[in-house]
Design a binder for this molecule. Structure first.
Ligand code: SAH
Length: 365
C-alpha cells in the first residue's frame, strides 16, 4: 500500500483510535492502549507495543503510519525560550516555541502554515497563507516538545502561526489530545486557544471542547479594530462580545483572556482604556497587555513602558485583572507576532543539531 493511502495515527483522537482498533478486529481498549503508547510513552515502533495483539500490530504496520515532522533547527534564546523550526512532509516549515518559567512551561503551538487574517501588526500575516495543518501536524508539535523536554509542557497556547478557529476540526482533535488522560493529560484550564474572533466557530467550540479561550481584541471600538484586525469587518464587536459571553456561560470559574497589543499612539490612551472598561463590563475577564514586538517593515512602534503601566493601572482600578505580558524570546524572533516559519539567513542562528529522521513505518511490509 502506498504511503499516501495509509492512515496517519497522529491524526486520530481517542474515539477515532478506538474505532480503528475495532475496524482492525481488536477491542476499543486496544485503541486506547495504542494512543497511550504513541502519546504518553512516545513510542512509535509497533513491535515495542507489547500489550497489543500480534495480529493487530501487523495490521497497523501494513495499513497505518506515524508521520512525525522533523525539528530542523533549534534556536535557544538568552532567556531560556527555545524556538523549534519544524519541517513538514511537504517541505513547509512552521515554528513552535517553548517558554520555561519557574515551575511552569508553556508551549506555543502553530495551527496553520502562515495566516490569512492579515492583522496589520503581525509578521506572520506578511507571509500570507499557505495551508491548514492536519491534526497530526498540530499534535506532533506537542509530541516533539515532550521528547525534547523529557515531559509534556504544563501549558499549551495556540498562539503560534495561524488562526486556530479557521482550522476548526484539526485544532479541536489536537487540543482534545492535549487534555486527554491517555495522552498528554494537560489541565484543560492550561490549554488555551487564541482567536482573533471567528464568531460562528466560537459558538461551536464551546460544544466540543472544554479548553480555555483567549481573544485578540487590541481595540475597544470597531473603527480602530477594523484597521488592526480586519476580520472585525466581518465579525464586529457587537457580534464578538455576545459570543464571548456565551462561551463563558454560567460556568463560574471560566474567564476570557483578552489580548491587547500596545501600539504607540494607536490604541494605548486613557480614552481607549475607558472604552475597554465599558466594553468588558460584566464579562469575567483577564487582560493581557502585550508589548508590541517590532519586525522588519512594520510602521508601528511599541508603547513606552510608562504608558503601558498607566493603561494597566486604569484597568486594575476598575476591577479588571490585568497583566503586562513579559516579552520572551525576542532575541530569536520567537516573541508574539514574530513567527514566520521560513528560515531566513541570520548570523545569530546556529544549526545546533539535526534531529533523527522521523520514524516511518516500513512501507513495503
Ligand atoms: N490568530 C490567533 C493566534 C496567533 S497570535 C489570534 O489572533 O489570536 C497570538 C497573539 O500575538 C495574538 O494576540 C496576536 O494579536 C499577538 N501578536 C501578533 N503580532 C504581534 C506583535 N508584533 N507583537 C505583539 N503581539 C503580537
Amino acid at each position: 500500500m502506498g504511503e499516501q493511502s495509509r492512515i496517519n495515527l497522529l491524526d486520530l483522537g481517542l474515539p477515532a483510535m478506538e474505532a480503528l482498533a475495532v475496524q482492525f478486529g481488536a477491542k476499543p481498549f486496544h485503541g486506547r492502549n495504542l494512543l497511550k503508547w504513541i502519546h504518553k510513552h512516545g513510542v512509535t515502533d509497533f513491535d515495542q507495543m507489547t500489550d497489543l495483539a500480534k495480529s493487530f500490530r501487523e495490521q497497523l504496520k501494513t495499513r497505518t503510519t506515524i508521520n512525525l515532522p522533523q525539528i530542523i533547527y533549534q534556536q535557544p534564546s538568552m532567556d531560556g525560550t527555545v524556538k523549534w523550526i519544524i519541517e513538514l512532509q511537504d517541505g513547509q516549515r512552521i515554528e513552535t516555541v517553548h517558554i520555561p518559567e519557574n515551575n511552569r512551561s508553556t508551549l506555543c503551538v502553530s495551527s496553520q502554515v502562515g495566516c490569512a487574517l492579515d492583522c496589520t501588526f503581525c509578521s506572520t500575516a506578511q507571509q500570507g497563507f499557505n495551508r491548514n495543518l492536519s491534526a497530526g501536524e498540530i499534535i506532533a508539535q506537542v509530541w516533539l516538545a515532550t521528547r525534547e523536554l523529557g515531559k509534556p509542557p504544563t501549558n499549551v497556547v495556540m498562539m503560534g502561526m495561524g488562526e486556530p478557529l479557521a482550522n476548526f476540526d484539526a485544532v479541536v482533535t489536537a487540543m482534545n489530545l492535549m487534555i486527554e488522560d491517555h495522552a498528554y493529560m494537560i489541565a484543560k484550564s492550561r490549554v488555551t486557544l487564541s482567536t482573533s474572533g471567528i464568531v460562528p466557530a466560537l459558538y461551536r467550540l464551546r460544544e466540543v471542547s472544554p479548553v480555555s479561550l483567549a481573544v485578540s481584541l487590541h481595540a475597544p471600538e470597531n473603527r480602530l479594530r477594523d484597521q488592526l484586525v480586519p476580520i472585525n469587518k466581518k465579525y464586529p464587536l457587537e457580534m464578538l462580545i455576545p459570543a464571548c459571553k456565551a462561551f463563558v456561560g454560567e460556568e463560574k470559574k471560566r474567564k476570557i483572556t483578552w489580548e491587547y497589543v500596545m501600539l504607540d499612539g494607536v490604541n494605548d490612551s486613557v480614552t481607549h482604556a475607558k472604552a475597554l472598561i465599558r466594553l468588558l463590563e460584566g464579562i469575567p475577564s483577564k487582560i493581557n497587555l502585550i508589548p508590541f514586538n517590532p519586525f522588519p517593515g512594520t510602521h508601528y512602534h511599541p508603547s513606552p513602558i510608562e504608558r503601558i503601566d498607566a493603561f494597566r493601572q486604569r484597568l486594575v482600578r476598575s476591577g479588571l485583572i490585568t497583566v503586562t505580558r513579559k516579552t520572551r524570546g525576542d532575541d530569536i524572533d520567537a516573541a508574539c507576532g514574530q513567527l514566520v516559519g521560513k528560515v531566513r539567513d541570520r548570523s545569530r542562528r546556529q544549526l545546533l543539531r539535526q534531529t533523527p529522521p522521523p520514524v516511518l513505518m516500513n512501507p513495503s511490509a
